[in-house]
Design a protein around this ligand. Structure first.
Ligand code: PEP
Ligand code: MG
Length: 573
């Protein structure tokens, strides 16, 4: 049975289904008999021990691969050991409340107390308590644990959607493919899947309902097709396609070690986008810079609000690994589809249009200054550029620069060294600031184009929503014209422009950007070879001519087929 979705991370795989359905448990206030209450006391202690064992196992498993996450599970064990909490639950059981209600109500009291704490480090603990509570309630309900951190080999994960916090812990060794019901091509899940090289297809409606756990499935993220319970022929055909695909990849692999340049040796710097520095580290010798360091992944990974010291260490580590290559550190971009599990934020109807990224940071000045201080302290270990996301006005730039200066002054006061020449820049991802490029360029040292959001905000099509993907894609001709405009203005003022959104790593669009004169493109690690290969097909003059043609076009289809023909024409020669 074949289902059609959208390929959001290239590749072909087959394996067994694991449906990722976080348990939904409903609890109501109920009383039980005296004798049942007695049994519940024992049951509670038994389940508590089981929960401890689960947590201990997770802690051990992660200790070598990810000590940061291992600490979260250690902290959860401490919570389970808390005597006051245990006493409160036992009292409620003795008062003849049902076991689940006793757990729910006792935890809720503690959560309410903690959430009122002024210190964000303490109030952030509420999410951990919620986690521990849910673990116990799941055990009471007898529901087996579902998580993505430890899965059998050759697993295809099927989910409604995956949050960045899910993908952050995903078992990269054993997950061979991801299928989701929703999620666009530039959703962060897609970006992470691509950077991990895991094939992914989104927009497969009712996948959770239609597919069974353990069932065989083929995922073809090149065509967007998913074949459930495939026949022997379909399996053979998939194996053949996979072989062809791998062969093609092998050919482009030789480009990895080459510099990125046109056929007449004009160089276009290729950068890498990172969240942390994991597999990407091995690619550092083959790129010119780290063009987008999405720092929010450090916040999402850490299980608590990272302190200045923790951030400083993380940033310093990356700068040292970069060995003098530029590292563009983007300040915290939280909100939209990225949440911090330990930080409860007011619910917003339209989070992508809400209090996201810089807006959030300007409202939480202490948190912002902490990050800027950590970044500046690390700046002495390499070539750090600091970049602000979600800039929508000149006022936003001024506010961000004021915070940046305040962080510098506070470091001076503390006699801590930093590089006063650290460059500052902005992301161009809100159309309003693109149209104010003239004024914006005067305020900063550089700009980086975030095509993922720029397209989303230009076309009013949610980047997460597979249903509106055609409207999102239809914005390509408009976004290209806008980027050309921004580049011209910034270049006139001698300010550097790069592209760090997904279009910059797409071999179809990267040559167009180079034709505009953009000489820096940053991308996910799986895109580097293809971009280098595409760039090598053309001379600088040809790229300029291609750009002129493309900017005259008014449909994405026309642009894509024109570019594909141009690239194929060159490859066939
Ligand atoms: C972008 O919007 O293009 C971008 C690079 O930022 P992110 O994808 O992290 O929102
Ligand atoms: Mg963005």
């Amino acid at each position: 049975m074949t289902y059609q979705g959208n390929g959001i991370s290239e590749g072909i795989a087959n394996g067994r289904i694991y449906r990722y359905l976080p348990a939904e448990i409903h609890i109501t206030r109920q009383s039980v008999s005296k004798s049942e209450a007695g049994q519940n006391l024992e049951k509670f202690q038994r389940l508590r021990r089981t929960a401890m064992q689960e947590l201990l196992q997770m802690e051990h498993k992660l200790q070598t691969t990810d000590p940061g996450k291992a600490k979260i599970f250690a902290a959860h064990q401490e919570m389970l050991e808390d005597e006051e909490l245990q006493e409160s639950i036992s009292n409620a059981i003795e008062e003849c409340y049902s076991l689940d209600w006793a757990i729910e109500s006792s935890f809720s009291q503690f959560i309410t107390l903690l959430s009122k704490a002024k210190d964000p480090l303490i109030s952030a603990r509420t999410a951990d308590l919620e986690d521990v509570k849910n673990r116990l309630l799941r055990l009471v309900a007898g529901v087996p644990e579902r998580n993505l951190a430890e899965l059998p080999p050759d697993t295809i994960v099927v989910a409604y959607e995956l949050l960045p916090s899910d993908t952050a812990v995903i078992d990269r060794e054993h997950v061979k493919g991801i299928i989701t019901e929703i999620g666009g091509v530039t959703s962060h899940t897609a970006i992470i899947a691509r950077s991990y090289g895991i094939p992914a297809v989104s927009g497969v409606t009712d996948a959770l309902e239609c597919f069974q756990d353990g069932g065989e499935i083929i995922i073809n993220a090149l065509s967007g097709e998913v074949i459930y319970a495939p026949t022997q022929e379909e399996l053979l055909e998939a194996a053949h396609l996979k072989n062809e695909y791998m062969k093609e990849k092998e050919v482009s692999k030789q480009f990895l070690v080459r510099p990125c340049q046109t056929s007449d040796h004009v160089s276009v710097k290729t950068g890498i986008n990172i969240g942390a520095l994991e597999e990407e580290e091995s690619l550092l010798p083959y790129v010119d810079y780290i063009g987008l360091f999405r720092t929010e992944f450090i916040y999402m990974d850490s299980g608590h609000m990272p302190t200045e010291e923790e951030q400083y260490e993380a940033y310093r580590h990356i700068l040292e690994k970069a060995r003098g290559k530029t590292v563009v550190l983007r300040t915290l971009d939280i909100g939209g589809d990225k949440v911090l599990p330990y930080l409860e934020l007011p619910k917003e109807e339209n989070p992508f249009l809400g209090n996201r990224a810089l807006r959030f940071c300007l409202e939480h000045e202490e948190l912002f200054i902490t990050q800027l201080r950590a970044a500046l302290r690390a700046s002495v270990y390499g070539d750090l550029w600091v970049m602000f996301p979600m800039i929508g006005s000149i006022g936003d730039i001024r506010s961000a620069l004021t915070a940046f200066e305040a962080a510098k002054r506070s470091l001076e006061k503390d006699r801590l060294p930093f590089d006063d020449g650290t460059k500052v820049g902005i992301m161009i991802e809100i159309p309003a600031i693109a149209l104010l490029a003239e004024e914006a360029a005067r305020q900063v040292d550089f700009a980086s184009i975030g095509t993922n959001d720029l397209l989303q905000y230009l076309t009013a099509a949610d980047r997460q929503n597979a249903q509106v993907i055609k409207y999102y894609n239809a914005g390509i001709p408009a976004v290209l014209r806008l980027i050309d405009y921004v580049n011209q203005i910034f270049t006139e003022q001698g300010k550097t422009v790069s592209v760090c959104g997904e279009m910059g790593g797409d071999p179809v669009y990267a040559p167009i950007f180079a034709g505009m004169g953009i000489r820096k493109l940053s991308m996910g690690m799986s895109r580097i070879t293809a971009v280098k290969q595409a760039m090598s097909c053309f001379s600088a003059e040809e790229l300029c001519a291609i750009k002129d043609c493309v900017l005259e076009m008014d449909s994405t289809e026309q642009i894509v087929s024109f570019m594909k023909a141009e690239i194929a024409g060159k490859r066939d020669k």
